[in-house]
Design a protein around this ligand. Structure first.
Ligand SMILES: *Cc1c(COP(=O)(O)O)cnc(C)c1O
Length: 361
């Protein structure tokens, strides 16, 4: 069996990143749910989240929780995607708590919990404008809270949550966080007790921690990206993230051809392998390395970053990646291994690809 392409994971660096985000959050009274879907819940990595003492380990896919349990990770687990009605039994069996926004699903979860003699925690999601999951109407949110609190005897209303910056690209401002606190207080006034969890979002809500302006009652964040790559806060929001490792995950691939070729295709230009009209820049004859790695492994060629100084990814098809190495600092030959750091998207795809072997160091 070939060894490459291969995704190399440094568990020590992963642990450092979890600890650092966890202590940033703790300083603001916020507890960390570590979200593992960004690396397809590789069990050895999920275990590190447990060892680092996350409040919950979250993912969108029950399959990853099943794998983690089989590996000996005990959790507790949070299902961060709304449960499918067809998976409520498994959701209750495998997780302690889930994010919810539909009464029929809540009723199914309650019935599943009753059948299993278990309790299941509920975070009701409020949509504050990002327009993915969550109650849009405040009265409907309150009504759901009343039903969970008063009627569904095997469910515990743990709190409220929101998600921002995913579909609608909405920035988690102080005002948006205050809206979530308002939702919680509306429910609390009605049910006559305080809610335990106010879950203020994912990595995109970390600016509120870094800027020290997170409203006091927000006491949980569900973070994946900032731990896995620590790239968005730096590249998109301009925070200095040098205190985090950005090479927890490194993708390695083998060079299968090295040749000097023109940089502008020769002949009549039509479409590429994906039916797309591409732009090519004529830079004359250049030395290029062809890699046994392709878009099926990472999706976007502009989202893998060569570690070799001077090397540049110039294109890719399903199973090939072309890297300009004319200005590379190192002499790269056929059979050599090239390494790439990744972003959230490319880590997610690479860890999902059955072609890519996982190597833990
Ligand atoms: C994926 C997800 C998260 C974690 O997002 P990151 O950007 O990886 O921090 C948190 N909450 C929900 C609902 C999610 O789907």
């Amino acid at each position: 069996m070939n060894e490459y392409p291969r995704l190399v994971v440094d568990l020590k660096k992963l642990r450092d990143n979890i600890e650092r985000i966890k202590s940033c959050c703790a300083a603001r009274g916020v507890r960390l749910t570590g979200v593992v879907k960004g690396f397809t819940g590789i069990p050895a990595c999920t275990k590190v989240f447990e060892e680092a003492g996350c409040q919950y380990i979250g993912t969108s896919r029950l399959e990853q929780i099943r794998d983690a349990l089989a590996y000996g990770v005990k959790g507790p687990f949070m299902l961060v995607r709304l449960p499918m009605r067809s998976e409520v039994d498994e959701a209750v069996r495998l997780t302690a708590i889930s994010l919810n926004s539909e009464i029929p699903t809540l009723r199914d979860l309650d019935a599943a919990a009753a059948r299993q003699g278990k309790r299941h925690g509920i975070i009701l999601m409020a949509d504050l404008g990002d327009l993915r999951e969550g109650f849009w109407d405040r009265r409907a949110l309150l009504e759901a809270a009343r039903i969970v609190e008063g009627e569904l005897r095997h469910l515990d209303l743990a709190g409220v949550g929101t998600n921002l910056g995913c579909y609608g690209s909405i920035f988690p401002t102080v005002e948006k966080m205050r809206e979530l606190v308002d939702c919680a207080e509306m429910i609390e006034a009605d049910i006559g007790r305080r809610l335990d969890i106010l879950s203020g979002g994912g990595s995109t809500s970390l600016p509120r921690i870094f800027d020290r302006d997170m409203p006091e009652r927000i006491n949980q964040l569900r973070v994946g990206e900032a731990i896995i790559n620590a790239k968005d806060a730096q590249d998109l929001f301009g925070y200095d993230m040098r205190f985090m490792h950005q090479d927890v995950f490194v993708l390695q691939a083998e060079v299968i051809e090295v040749k000097d070729k023109p940089s502008y295709p020769v002949g009549e230009i039509m479409f590429d392998a994906f039916g797309l009209k591409q732009e090519y820049t004529d830079r004359g004859v250049r030395r290029r390395a062809l890699l046994a790695l392709g878009r099926v492994d990472y999706a976007f060629p502009d989202r893998i970053y060569p570690k070799d100084a001077g090397a540049e990814v110039i294109g890719a098809s399903s199973d090939h990646t072309i890297v300009d190495i004319a200005d590379a600092a190192r002499d790269i030959r056929v059979g050599d291994i090239m390494e790439f750091t990744l972003c959230y998207t490319s880590t997610a795809f690479a860890s999902h690809s059955p072609n890519v072997k996982i190597a833990i160091v």
